[in-house]
Design a binder for this molecule. Structure first.
Ligand code: NAD
Length: 349
């Protein structure tokens, strides 16, 4: 089995590659990543010498390169590659459309060309699009997103992901190309770039910097430990019904302020007693900020037997401890480009 993983140097992709290489000793994985500010080969140093792992630096929009990769008889594609940060999409939407939409179509076209056999497709092929619950828009205080909830994205990021989902669906509807789409809630865990809530707060606590919290801090997200997401993708890849969408969620709703207070309290109790809630700084709300996301994951549970195995109390503890042990990693990724962006975002607040 040969799997093309795109965006494998990012947060979820790198966790997925390591999970798959350790679970399937005879699978070959090709990681195609452009190494944007969010891609970091340090995330994969444990596997760089694994003979079943190959890294290719490149862009999913590069048609020639993608077609060349497909000449190597790829069985599965798992498309993680994306511009993934909502705040950045508000500042610069164009790259989100380019990577998330045009990149996905470039991959689909190359896969279609390589996998087509007359009017149908070769056996055992699959294109899995890794998507997000954000494509469904925002919930009020009650209710859950199911796979049939209409798409109603609000940010340039979620709109570009929704557009990509629709193109993937079109390749199934039109050509019967073997695809799945997974829509997952917020992930947390090791190797997440510290512009996202949890690692940002941990990093700022460690550096005694203000902890910027949007609006009233009461926006709700459904948090899932990254390894549970990887397990769900593995199941959908091997057993998901072709053409189907599967929601993946942690059944674990938390407000942003709850998460921030939890991190502060852990660092206060275990690392630095001078870190406390006085660091919390409420800042102007994110434009178009969705209030609440919550996933109904009944379908993947009933069809494939998946459920979130990691309890939040354990997952968050493991995560904070990972960042504490890997301060060098944090230091390296927070220098350079990220630092410039961070200063632009937060200097006036
Ligand atoms: P990330 O930003 O950490 O990683 C994205 C990776 O894609 C990086 O390694 C980057 O270098 C690479 N990349 C960007 N543009 C590229 C291009 N044009 N060609 C090749 N590689 C490119 O993102 P993540 O948090 O790991 O998310 C991965 C995927 O999962 C994304 O598609 C995202 O929409 C989706 N998702 C993320 C979450 C979450 O909570 N993080 C939740 C649900 C879905």
């Amino acid at each position: 089995m040969k799997i093309l993983v795109t965006g494998g140097a990012g947060f979820i992709g790198s966790n997925f590659i390591k999970y798959m290489l350790s679970k399937y000793k005879d699978y070959k994985i090709i990681n195609l990543d452009k190494l944007t500010y969010a891609g970091n080969l340090e995330n994969l140093k444990d596997v760089e010498d694994n003979p079943n792992y190959t890294f290719i630096k490149g862009d999913i929009c590069d048609k020639e390169l993608i077609e060349e990769i497909f000449s190597q008889d790829i069985d599965y594609v798992v498309n993680f590659a994306a511009e993934s940060h909502v705040d950045r999409s508000i500042i610069d939407p164009e790259i989100f459309v380019k990577t998330n939409v045009l990149g996905t179509v470039t991959l689909l076209n190359a896969a279609k060309k390589a996998w087509e056999q007359g009017d149908s497709f070769k056996e055992g092929k699959k294109f899995l699009q890794v998507s997000t619950d954000e494509v469904y828009g925002s919930l009020g205080e009650t209710g859950y997103f199911t796979e049939t909830t209409p798409l109603d994205p609000h940010s340039p990021y979620s709109s570009s992901k929704a557009a990509a989902d629709l193109i993937v669906k079109a390749y199934y509807d039109t050509y019967k190309m073997p695809v799945n789409i997974t829509r997952c809630s917020n992930n947390y865990g090791p190797y997440q770039f510290p512009e996202k809530l949890i690692p940002l707060m941990i990093n700022n606590c460690l550096n005694k910097k203000p902890l910027p919290v949007y609006g009233d801090g009461l926006n709700v997200r459904d948090w899932l430990y990254v390894e549970d997401h990887c397990k769900a993708i593995d199941l959908v890849l091997h057993k998901g019904r072709v053409g189907e969408v599967y929601n993946i969620g942690g059944n674990n709703e938390k407000t942003n302020i709850e998460i921030v207070k939890l991190i502060v309290s852990y660092i206060h109790d275990n690392v630095d007693p001078t870190v406390d809630e006085s660091l919390i700084t409420f800042v102007a709300d994110r434009k178009g900020h969705d209030r609440r996301y919550a996933i109904d994951a009944t379908k993947i549970k009933e069809e494939l037997g998946w459920y979130p195995e990691t309890k939040f109390e354990d997952g968050i503890k493991k995560t904070i401890e990972w960042y504490l042990k890997n301060r060098e990693w944090l230091k390296n990724v927070t220098s350079g480009e990220y630092q410039k962006y961070y200063e632009k975002m937060y200097s006036n607040r």
